[in-house]
Design a protein around this ligand. Structure first.
Ligand SMILES: Cc1ncc(COP(=O)(O)O)c(C=O)c1O
Length: 385
């Protein structure tokens, strides 16, 4: 079997060797007990878990007490948004704001709120340009006097386009002036960008460990204990009574170690990613295509829409040749099930179905990129591989 070419690092990443070793060591450690137990094995497990919490806190420039371990971004996002929504009293009228280019973990939570929590809660979905919320539009809604804005939830790095909301700090400041909390889905940012939550002034951040070479099924909601959240699940008193259930101690440790390493590694690979991007763009020059990201964007992510190409067929053809990329789910872009992000781009008709996402990672080699280019160009000439 030829070597796999994996260009879908926004979906998930391989687990670092040092993280695998650390987790293996912890899994085979028969003195690691339940972190809530009162005996020495519990105490040991607690100390390991709290160390991981401190490490994550340091990476994000917040106290360890702000770090809540969860099963990943989806849970963290639900926990924050619904945790806020369920505090709204029957006689209150509040607004929750998000953008039209968020991940389904956010958009579907907003849809749920709209379906089940009206009229107390009104949701507002702001339009975006190239995946980025437009401040003017946001400020217009913040200024409305009819309802208090409880929460604004906007991502920092768009998962399909890689666009980076560099003005997040300013947006947070403005939202705070209107008394609104700001949550950000930072799933595609953490581990790559040096996110300083204190400097940003942001209230809450969600992310998953597997996006930066940690294990799957573990993530964080980072939020000050002072921010009130209604409990969604009931059980034990773990995670400061905010997230019941025995913690994934080994997963949390693996995630913390991966986060520390990826923050060091990422800047060292950036030049390489820029080179990969330019090689792909050069190869595409003879073909009609649109590069979808904004100028402020992660060098790891490319969203490309090609004219008169069926991205589903292209992705399948590449898969037959062991090349893994993802589709911008644009083929249904104008139907209910299509990608909201691609829809928001308002692409010309002939480009809509031809959107692919390529995302690089630390293991991506020039040979991988050249193999992808060779196959892509062949496909574009012949519509078959
Ligand atoms: C921006 C963003 N948010 C949320 C998620 C959900 O992450 P998880 O499936 O790990 O909960 C993802 C995963 O692709 C993502 O990219």
């Amino acid at each position: 079997m030829s070597k796999l070419v994996y260009l879908d690092h926004n979906a998930t990443t391989f687990v670092y060797d040092n993280v695998v070793k650390l987790m293996q060591k912890l899994y085979s450690d028969q003195t690691l007990g339940n972190p809530s137990s009162h005996h020495c094995m519990g105490g040991y497990s607690r100390s390991v878990l709290e160390r991981a919490r401190e490490d994550v806190g340091k990476c994000l420039h917040v106290p360890a007490s702000h770090v809540i371990f969860t099963s990943g971004s989806t849970e963290s996002i639900n926990m924050f948004l619904l945790g806020r929504a369920r505090l709204v009293k029957p006689n209150e009228r509040v607004r929750f704001i998000t953008s039209d280019s968020e991940h389904p973990a956010v958009t579907n939570t907003f849809r749920y709120m709209e379906r089940t929590m009206s009229p107390q809660i009104e949701v507002c979905i702001l339009p975006t340009q190239k995946g980025l919320v437009q401040e003017k539009e946001l400020y217009k809604v913040l200024q409305k006097k009819d309802r208090r804005v409880d929460t604004v939830s906007i991502s920092y790095v768009n998962h399909e386009l890689g666009s980076v909301l560099v003005k997040l700090g300013e947006i947070v400041e403005k939202c705070h002036k209107y008394g609104a909390l700001v949550h950000s889905d930072m799933t595609q940012a953490i581990g790559k960008l040096d996110v300083n939550m204190e400097e940003l002034g942001i209230d809450a951040v969600s992310f998953s460990g597997h996006k930066f070479h940690g294990p799957m099924g573990v993530g964080c909601l980072v939020v000050s204990p002072e921010v009130k959240l209604e409990q969604l699940m009931f059980g034990g008193d773990q995670e400061g009574k905010r997230r019941p259930g025995t913690q994934n101690v080994v997963g949390a440790c693996g995630m913390a170690a991966a986060l520390q390493k990826s923050l060091v590694e990422y800047p060292q690979h950036r030049k390489q990613y820029v080179l990969f991007r330019s090689k792909i763009l050069d190869a595409l020059r003879p073909f009609p295509f649109i590069l979808n990201s904004s100028s402020d964007q992660m060098s790891t992510t490319m969203s490309i829409s090609m004219a008169n190409v069926d991205a589903t067929l292209l992705v399948e053809a590449l898969n037959q040749h062991q090349i893994c990329i993802s589709k911008g789910t644009a083929c249904k872009a104008y139907s209910k099930d299509g990608s909201n992000v691609i829809k928001s781009l308002h692409l010309p008709e002939e480009y809509v179905n031809g959107t692919i996402r390529i995302s690089f990672g630390e293991t991506t080699t020039l040979h991988d990129v050249e193999t992808f280019i060779k196959n892509l160009v062949h496909y574009l000439h012949n519509q078959v591989l």
